[in-house]
Design a protein around this ligand. Structure first.
Ligand SMILES: [Fe+2]
Ligand SMILES: [Fe+2]
Length: 256
């Protein structure tokens, strides 16, 4: 695909800008995966090529301001910074505003406008905050999150997971994504349940990734380097790695 939009230039700029990101689980790899996911959602909703590129750019920018705590509305902060960044590039006013809107609306469900408008929200929630990968990602977040400093690791993971599972149930999403959201929801749901039941395989994952977050380790490297020992750990790890390598989209398509 060739675009008249300066996609590569913006991506290079964002990569450079996020070299020393404040939150390791919101690093450039998260932005890039969300960009790929947002573009995919626009494509499967029959959005045109131009909107697919805009969704990709919005995904790259959506957490451009993302500290490891929840005190500020990072969607608002990111949309303001996105405007500053986009003003550096040759991009029409209409395209810029549509990108910014997708960035500012990525945290909660909004009234449906078009595929682009929903794309970052869908990619961030269904692909990045659910699925096998979130089992590792969330544990790392609790490790690095300032809101949980001084609190017990496993209990904090359970509290955060429970809140997220309650906030975004599969029914929250458009009906066409129900099967995908259900399949994705199952991973954090089952993991949280196992943690509550004090299953050793889950406790081991919790402790390992919590520590990696506290030590501010690189997220993808930590997942790729993790050596699962127990059947459940191996299943989660296998699926998480496939997703991180962008090899889950064919499976996702079958669920739409
Ligand atoms: Fe976000
Ligand atoms: Fe995000």
């Amino acid at each position: 695909m060739i675009s008249e939009l300066p996609v590569k230039k913006i991506e290079k700029f964002v990569k450079n800008e996020t070299k020393h990101t404040e939150s390791v689980i919101h690093d450039f790899s998260h932005l890039k995966r969300t960009a790929i996911g947002a573009r995919w959602f626009v494509k499967i909703m029959d959005g045109n090529k131009h909107d697919q590129y805009l969704a990709y750019i919005a995904g790259l920018l959506h957490d451009i301001v993302r500290p490891p705590f929840e005190e500020i509305c990072h969607a608002k902060a990111s949309s303001e910074k996105s405007r500053e960044i986009l003003n550096r590039f040759d991009i029409s006013n209409e395209d810029r505003e549509r990108i910014i809107e997708a960035v500012s609306c990525h945290r909660t469900r909004h009234e449906w406008k078009d595929a682009l408008h929903q794309s970052v929200f869908l990619a961030d929630k269904i692909l990045e905050q659910m699925g096998a990968m979130i089992v590792f990602r969330r544990c790392m977040y609790i490790g690095e999150c300032k809101d949980y400093l001084g609190k017990t690791s496993i209990q904090s993971i359970i509290i955060q997971s429970r809140n997220k599972l309650k906030k975004f149930t599969p029914c929250e999403f458009n009906k066409i994504f129900l099967r995908l959201a259900r399949a994705q929801y199952k991973w954090p749901h089952d993991f949280t349940k196992a943690l509550k039941e004090k299953k050793q395989w889950a406790l081991d994952i919790g402790m390992y990734f919590f520590k990696a977050g506290r030590d501010k380790k690189d997220f993808e490297k930590t997942v790729f380097g993790y050596k699962p020992q127990i059947k459940e750990q191996k299943q989660i790890h296998k699926q998480a790695v496939l997703y991180l390598k962008s090899r889950k989209f064919k499976d996702f398509e079958k669920l739409i």
